[in-house]
Design a protein around this ligand. Structure first.
Ligand SMILES: Cc1ncc(COP(=O)(O)O)c(C=O)c1O
Length: 416
């Protein structure tokens, strides 16, 4: 079909400003916040202008219930192509037989994985929430904890590493229908082969919730769960640097069950602008530049961990293999929640998190966003020094805020 329209001049940057100054001001204010403070939330990143363009495109107008070639709505010829491109790119990027790119979020992807493989009341073994499991891994406040019988494994309180002996013992005792591996704060590579072995021993499905490391997997900087897990759930908006959304990968044997679990079981119409943006992100992630980026993300996280340890903070597991690290600020005389507030006042945005000693709140940091900005190991050392200065002395916050403004000013995420 020949394309006769151009977006050139039709969507001027200030169109929102003229029509709705109230919202335009909020959007610009948020852009300023993101670009003048340090984004150290491990789950965030700066998507490319191309991803943003797809998100803000007329595909947002399209209803498309169903799958390419089998939609409930007319006019899906072009969005069908977009979804097929996204699926093919995801399959090639991760070496998977099948990809479902419709999940609205990481949680929706996990819900679909459970819907595909489990029945209400089934037993599931997953990382316990106090040790770094996600809400969808059995929180009583979430559908998972309400509809399934979750058993939690943990990390060794001394090493902070997953206790595989405990995983095996719990699996033998509880005979779960599925084992979930994946976490919101585990800084080391997941040993997927070890989880597969236990799952095979007890006849359980293995679900890898790779929401965090999937971008590193795409860039060859972390091991892939695809050869080991029955179903891989992921987000597309963390290190992977795509739009907010989810994705599922599986073998052809489970493709139909996974697709039906997404639509019509847990979702309605697909968000075609987001799916197009996922396709753009998968295309970007297949480039050598993204491979270099993913490795730099890890190098930066390691440098940040080393420098924070040198400043006196306790780094869980002594370092990291990934884009994230967790630290206990107690040695600097401040606990996690107070520390997060002081750092926010100094222009450093991050989360609190569970630590191997579950009653202690720590801090979780990630390097995906600052690495997209072009920062390297030298900047990580600087950030660690500013971080410790803000924690040691509340009065230093104002000076640190100015230094953060100066640092971020030299690394704009959207130059020009
Ligand atoms: C391990 C894990 N699973 C699932 C999710 C849920 O993703 P979303 O917030 O997109 O629903 C997250 C989000 O951080 C996560 O870390």
């Amino acid at each position: 079909m020949p394309v006769t329209h151009t977006l050139e001049g039709q969507l001027p940057a200030d169109v929102l400003g003229r029509q709705d100054p109230e919202l335009a001001e909020i959007l610009l204010g948020e852009l300023e916040r993101q670009t003048t403070t340090l984004q150290l939330i491990a789950a965030e990143n700066f998507t490319s202008p191309a991803v943003l363009a797809a998100l803000g495109s007329p595909l947002a107008n399209k209803y498309a219930e169903g799958y390419p070639g089998a939609r409930h709505h007319g006019g899906c010829e072009l969005v069908d192509v977009a979804e097929r491109v996204a699926m093919e790119r995801a399959k090639a990027l991760f070496g998977a037989d099948h990809a479902n790119v419709q999940s609205h979020s990481g949680s929706s992807a996990v819900l679909a994985a459970y819907a595909a493989l489990l029945r209400p009341g089934d037993t599931v073994l997953a990382m316990g929430l106090p040790h770094g499991g996600h809400l969808t891994h059995g929180s009583p406040a979430n559908f998972s904890g309400r509809w399934f019988d979750f058993v939690g494994y943990g990390v060794d309180p001394e090493s902070g590493l997953i206790d595989h002996e405990q995983v095996r013992a719990l699996a033998r005792t509880h005979r779960p229908k599925a084992i979930v591996c994946g976490s919101i704060s585990y800084p080391r590579h997941i040993d997927y082969a070890a989880f597969r072995e236990v799952a095979d021993e007890v006849g359980a499905y293995l679900i890898a919730d790779a929401a965090h490391p999937i971008g590193l997997v795409a860039g060859g900087a972390a091991p892939s769960p695809v050869p080991y897990a029955d179903v891989v759930c992921a987000t597309t908006h963390k290190v992977l640097r795509g739009p907010r959304g989810g994705m599922l990968l599986c073998g052809s044997d489970l493709a139909e069950r996974v697709d039906r679990a997404v639509f019509p079981f847990t979702q309605g119409g697909a968000q075609m602008h987001t799916i197009a943006a996922k396709a753009v992100a998968f295309g970007e992630a297949a480039t050598p530049a993204f491979t270099a980026y993913a490795h730099q993300v890890v190098a930066n996280a390691r440098a940040l961990a080393r420098s924070l340890a040198a400043e006196g903070l306790t780094v869980t597991t002594g370092g990291t293999d990934t884009h994230l690290l967790t630290v206990d600020p107690a040695p600097l005389g401040v606990e996690g929640r107070t520390a997060r507030g002081r750092l926010a006042a100094a222009g450093m945005v991050l989360d609190t998190c569970a630590l191997p000693h579950p009653d202690v709140r720590g801090l979780r940091l990630g390097t995906a966003a600052v690495t997209t900005q072009g920062m390297g190991e030298a900047e990580m050392t600087r950030i660690a020094a500013l971080f410790a200065a803000a924690l040691r002395d509340e009065a230093a916050g104002r000076r640190v805020r100015e230094e953060v403004r100066d640092l971020t000013g030299r690394f704009p995420p959207y130059p020009g």
